[in-house]
Design a binder for this molecule. Structure first.
Ligand code: COA
Length: 335
């Protein structure tokens, strides 16, 4: 799916928030848990440490402070939000949705609230959906959160997965603006690649049983090499597609926020796209791959570092389980 902003309708990010748990898990600590090393993890992934949620913290506990910050920055009340989408693969529970739980806790009585599952691309899908609902006249002010507590679905004895991921969340407020804002979206899915990155049990295909638990089928399973190939391909193709569709070139992009999975994947995309390294936002070294939290966390960090200015062209591209991918191009506007 690919499309540009609707004629005469502009919506932009007017508030950003983020949250990561306090607990830092370093590579050295991991090397005491599984057969790995700080050197291996840094060389193959660029990750130095990641955050891990406290046992009592569920996804809504990570999203809540991020949403509160985003609302404060936008200068609006929770009650003014009429659409809340939470992108995640680790909701508090299968149902009710984490979004419904948060809408109640935060006081959003007029909001449609639901979770969206598109793996690490969830935040990009949710942005596009919120934009579409606003452009279609269904929503006036939307809140899009992305976050995951992947530590809850990791096999902490599997060195091929547990070193890569971390916990975190981010949120943005979307409001109508006069100019700038989102210029277009490109989203896709390749379901044939699903088995390369999946969590087999706990759904209707393989309900939870003592056997499924004993077999570790409630943990993330991944074919790292295949996902690597996919990721390097789609980060580039999706970015090129949205730039072409909106009539822009990579040289015009001021800030590039790729999904934070692995520094090698990001470096590959940066080389292939031909964008200069100083325009790229990278924080995977400190947070690992936080799935749906990755892009909003990086966006919040870019803002905190003073890297987002009025009129800047911001390119964001995510990819992940599904296998899925998604890009958005927006013209940054300050309010
Ligand atoms: C997982 C990943 C870092 C592995 O890097 P790689 O260079 O492809 O490494 P390989 O899988 O070829 O493994 C190389 C060796 O390291 C070993 N290895 C794997 N994990 C290890 C770890 N944590 N520590 C030490 N050694 C490890 C492997 O067993 C393998 O050993 P072998 O050669 O004896 O079989 C890389 O494939 C990757 O980043 N894939 C994408 C994952 C991803 O981003 N997923 C989320 C997408 S949203």
């Amino acid at each position: 799916m690919i499309g540009t902003a609707r004629d005469g309708f502009r919506a932009a990010v007017t508030g950003i928030g983020s949250y990561v748990p306090e607990r830092v898990l370093t590579n050295d600590e991991l090397s005491k848990m599984v057969d790995t090393s700080d050197e291996w993890i840094i060389e193959r992934t660029g990750i130095r440490e990641r955050r891990i949620a406290a046992p009592e913290q569920a996804l809504s506990d990570l999203c809540r402070p991020a949403i509160e910050q985003a609302l404060e920055q936008a200068g609006i009340e929770a009650s003014e939000i009429d659409l809340l989408i939470v992108a995640t693969v680790t909701p508090d529970m299968a149902f009710p949705s984490t979004a419904a739980i948060l809408a109640d806790e935060l006081g959003m009585p007029d909001a449609a609230a639901y979770d969206l599952s598109a793996g690490c691309t969830g935040f990009m899908y949710a942005l596009a959906q919120a934009y579409g609902m606003m452009a279609g006249g269904l929503a006036q002010r939307a809140l899009v959160a992305g976050g995951d507590v992947l530590s809850a679905i990791m096999d902490w004895s599997d060195r091929t997965t547990c070193v890569l991921f971390g916990d975190g969340a981010g949120a943005v407020v979307l409001e109508r603006v006069d100019q700038g804002g989102f210029l277009g979206f490109e989203l896709g899915a390749e379901g044939s690649g699903g088995p390369q990155l999946y969590l087999p049990a706990g759904g209707s295909r393989m309900p939870t049983t003592a056997q499924s638990v004993a077999a570790g089928q409630h943990f993330v399973q991944m074919n790292g090499r295949e996902v690597f190939k996919f990721a390097t391909r789609v980060l580039v193709s999706s970015a090129e597609a949205i730039l072409a569709k909106t009539g822009h070139t990579i040289d015009e992009v001021d800030v590039y926020i790729p999904h934070q999975a692995n520094v090698r994947i990001i470096d590959h995309a940066v080389r292939k796209l031909g964008i200069s390294a100083d325009k790229v936002v990278v924080n995977v070294d400190r947070y690992g791959n936080t799935s749906s939290g990755s892009i909003p966390l990086a966006l919040a960090e870019a803002q905190a570092e003073g890297r987002l200015h009025e009129g800047n062209l911001v390119l964001m591209t995510g990819m992940g389980a599904g296998l899925t991918w998604g890009s958005a191009l927006l013209e940054w506007c300050e309010r």
